[in-house]
Each structure stands twice: as C-alpha cells, then as structure tokens.
Design a protein around this ligand. Structure first.
Ligand SMILES: NC(=O)c1ccc[n+]([C@@H]2O[C@H](COP(=O)([O-])OP(=O)(O)OC[C@H]3O[C@@H](n4cnc5c(N)ncnc54)[C@H](O)[C@@H]3O)[C@@H](O)[C@H]2O)c1
Length: 246
C-alpha cells in the first residue's frame, strides 16, 4: 500500500525525543525518507532502529553552519529536500520578566525562534532546487495565551507563528508551503521539566481533561507534510484539547 509521504525527503529536528521522535516514526512508516536531526545523540539510535530510508545528523539548530550542514546531509544522502519540520525546542528557566536573566532569555530565543529562522534560511534554497515542498514548525499554544514565568518561550513561539506567515507569503508562488503546529500540553521530556502544579492546573482547565501523546501531533504533521494539505499555507494549527477556547 502506498504511504501518504512516499519518497518525500524529510528533515525533522528534535527527532531524538518526544514530538520529533514520534513524527520521525510516522513519516518513515508513511514512506518518507527521513533525516533525524538532534543535538542529543538519541537520534542516532532511532535512525538505526528505523533502518533503510532513515539517516541521522547532529545539529545545533541555533548555529547557522550546523543547520546548513544538516540540510546538506539530507541532499547528499537522499538527493533532495521536500519536507522540513523545525521542531527542536527547549522550555528554559522560570522567572517573571522583571527577574529574567538575559542569558535565559537569549538561550530560549536562540533555539526556539532563531533555530526556526535558520531552518528556513538554509532549507528554503534546497527546497527551491527540489521544485518546492512543505515547511512545518512547532510553535505552541503559548503563542496564543500567556504562561507566567515563561516569557521568552511565549515570545519565541509567537515569533514562530509570524515567521511562518511571512515565509508562507514569500514562497507560495514558488511551491513552498509553510505552516506551524501549536500543541497544547503533550507528554514528553519537556513537560517533565515543567512545575507539577503548572501541569495540574493545565489539565484541570482543559475541556478534554487530559494532556496528549506525541503521536497525536505527529498525525497532524503527516497531514501538513503530505499533498493532502496542498491548499494550506501560512496557517497555525492549534492541537490543544480546547485549552485556549476558555
Ligand atoms: N511537550 C509539550 O507540551 C509542548 C507543547 C507545545 C510545544 N512544544 C514544542 O514541541 C517541540 C518538541 O518538544 P518536545 O515536547 O517533543 O520535547 P523534547 O524535550 O522531548 O524534545 C525536544 C528535542 O529537541 C532537541 N533540542 C533541544 N535543543 C536543541 C538544539 N539546540 N538543536 C537541536 N536539537 C535540540 C532535544 O535534544 C530534544 O530531543 C518544541 O519546540 C517544544 O517547544 C511542546
């Protein structure tokens, strides 16, 4: 049976864990060639487990040369680039803005916003050379509602949504679609670091009454990577169990 992403050459950042790892598994199962990119090293183990059609690369998404090398790895290994999922991210330190250290602010901006810019900066030329493609970036429901003590995270994720819309407008005519996914609370390594009282309050407020599995976000990423979403660009998709409704 044909997969929904048959033959599409895809890069997934943050593929060693959580949403990125779940998406790498789904993309591969749907027939994509996958380049698993991460800073942690865990991407190598998963790429080996997936086997044929999977490769891994070390990347620090906040560093231009590293991101450029990641894109080149996809082109060298599989010959082209069709899908780029800018997913790597960190939560950062927890301080109100008036006490937030400059280095904490910068660290989160560098990975969560600059990292997405660098993915586009180096991924778009390769995608244009391949005749177009789909760029997906992980924003957050924190782009829509405030989470006190997470100002840099919220600001970076808000930035990802507008970066997405701008790039979508710039490249639609050249066949590149650019969309973002804004998850609510998903059970991953990142949520383990969140204060437990914050998680409890989020679940209590959530109309669906639970947090989600990373595979639920991966399902949305498959749709946005596939030709099924050919008329969708510049969109931000909330996947939050209704959290931001209330
Ligand atoms: N889990 C949630 O509740 C939630 C909610 C909204 C948005 N998000 C976003 O989803 C994305 C994925 O997070 P997750 O929840 O799967 O967390 P995770 O910690 O399980 O995965 C994040 C991955 O990113 C990698 N990474 C971190 N810094 C990097 C860097 N500089 N270069 C390359 N890789 C780097 C980590 O090594 C890790 O493998 C992030 O952008 C996060 O902000 C998560």
């Amino acid at each position: 049976m044909a997969g929904r992403l048959d033959g599409k050459v895809s890069i997934i950042t943050g593929a060693g864990s959580g949403i990125g790892a779940a998406t790498a598994r789904r993309f591969h199962a749907e027939g994509a060639k996958v380049v698993l990119a991460d800073i942690s090293g865990a991407q190598e183990t998963l790429a080996k487990e997936l086997g044929e059609g999977a490769a891994s690369v070390h990347v620090d998404v906040s560093q231009g040369e590293s991101v450029q090398a990641m894109v080149q790895c996809a082109v060298d290994t599989f010959g082209r680039l069709d899908v780029l999922y800018n997913n790597a991210g960190i939560d950062g330190d927890f301080f109100p803005v008036g006490e937030l250290p400059e280095e904490s602010w910068d660290k989160v901006q560098n990975v969560n916003l600059r990292g997405v810019y660098l993915g586009m900066r180096h991924g778009i030329p390769a995608m244009l050379a391949s005749g177009g493609g789909s760029i997906i970036s992980t924003a957050s429901m924190a782009a829509t509602v405030a989470f006190p003590t997470m100002a840099s995270y919220c600001a970076a994720k808000g930035g990802v949504v507008m970066l997405t819309k701008t790039a979508a407008a710039e490249y639609a005519a050249q066949g590149i679609r650019v969309n973002s996914i804004s998850p609510g609370t998903i059970e991953t390594a990142i949520t383990v670091h969140l204060p437990q009282d914050m998680i409890k309050a989020i679940i209590e407020r959530n109309p669906v009454g639970r947090i989600a599995d990373a595979s639920e976000v991966a399902s949305l990423a498959v749709f946005l990577a596939s030709d099924e979403s050919a008329f969708i660009t510049g969109a931000d998709y909330l996947i939050d169990g209704g959290y931001t409704l209330l």
